[in-house]
Design a binder for this molecule. Structure first.
Ligand SMILES: CC(C)(COP(=O)(O)OP(=O)(O)OC[C@H]1O[C@@H](n2cnc3c(N)ncnc32)[C@H](O)[C@@H]1OP(=O)(O)O)[C@@H](O)C(=O)NCCC(=O)NCCS
Length: 277
């Protein structure tokens, strides 16, 4: 664990998954692959004879242009915890990204570490899980078409507050469902859902108002086990989850570092993933 922080390649996904497993996180292969494709995955080798190619710690940093970078998957193997490795990984990734701001969603374990680094809390997020009965039969939204992508990207940039072009381009293949609501002046909202291990995560949902957001959620949610990461600034989504019989599973803290992100949380209804904002 004394070695340098280094960039990991896609062929090291297995080592990342073993580290996640050490902390009780699922394999999340689809998510890790997407993170490898849009972000930079950093790691520190364990080097303690527990097996070649084992990692002591890892994190993902996904820069969106020069403005904002999302930090995620901050993991340190239990046998190496509380020796400063989490902080070392964070400082390395933040310096390398060099963006004006950083955002992340913190677990209770990570929050004190991020606070010490200068992150501030900007909101709370509760993850709702349960079994969904499936999408509503209405169809006020349509499957996204290639011709919609420029407008989806423009709306995403305006609401998220940074240019996530690479991530947005990847959404049609990452998501199993991706739909848009077309308004009189272009795209009024877009929403997706993607499979993570044995459940489907509903998100992203970005829309001009709550009514459009709920239409999208209603029409992208699949039948079966689902998860929604709901920002407390969206009580209408909390109501929706309650009406659908979903229950709170855990709560995390939304944090930022540096210049305030020029986003619009009122129209950012659900993140792509907590890892990506
Ligand atoms: C969060 C995590 C990455 C910290 O890694 P680390 O190498 O131990 O971090 P550092 O040594 O740099 O900093 C440790 C600080 O983190 C916090 N922390 C770490 N483990 C903790 C625990 N079990 N309970 C409470 N606080 C904890 C403490 O503030 C601690 O400081 P202290 O030792 O002075 O009390 C590691 O605990 C981990 O992988 N946890 C499980 C996965 C997770 O929740 N990751 C965060 C995602 S947002």
């Amino acid at each position: 664990m004394d070695g340098d922080v280094r960039l990991l390649g896609k062929d090291e996904l297995g080592a990342c998954q073993r580290l996640a497993d050490d902390r009780g996180w699922g394999p999340e292969e689809h998510k890790w692959r997407f993170l490898f494709s849009v972000g930079r995955v950093y790691g520190v080798d364990a080097g303690d004879g527990e097996g070649d190619g084992e990692l002591a710690g890892a994190l993902v940093c996904t820069p969106y242009g020069e403005d904002v970078a999302a930090i995620s998957m901050v993991l340190v193997a239990k046998r190496f915890e509380r020796r400063g490795l989490g902080g070392r990984l964070m400082r390395h990734a933040m310096e390398a990204a060099g963006t004006a701001s950083f955002c992340l969603t913190a677990t209770e374990f990570g929050r004190p570490l991020y606070e010490r680094l200068g992150f501030r809390s900007v909101g709370m997020c509760t993850t709702y899980t349960g079994v969904s009965e499936g999408p509503s039969k209405r169809s006020e939204s349509q499957p996204v078409a290639a011709a919609d992508m420029a407008a989806v990207h423009a709306l995403d940039t305006e609401v998220f507050g940074a240019d996530r072009s690479q991530l947005v381009e990847g959404l049609p293949s990452f998501c199993e469902t991706l739909r848009v609501v077309r308004g009189e002046t272009g795209i009024a909202g877009y929403g997706g859902a993607w499979r993570n291990d044995d459940r489907v995560v509903v998100g992203p949902v970005i829309a001009q108002n709550a009514e459009i957001a709920l239409t999208l959620v209603d029409e992208v949610v699949p039948e079966g086990p689902v998860r929604l990461d709901i920002d407390h600034r969206h009580p209408e989504l909390i109501d929706w989850a309650g009406r659908r019989g979903l229950r709170p599973a855990f709560t995390t803290t939304i944090m930022e570092f540096g210049a305030p992100v020029a986003n619009d949380p009122s129209r950012l209804f659900l993140p792509v993933a907590q890892a990506l904002g």
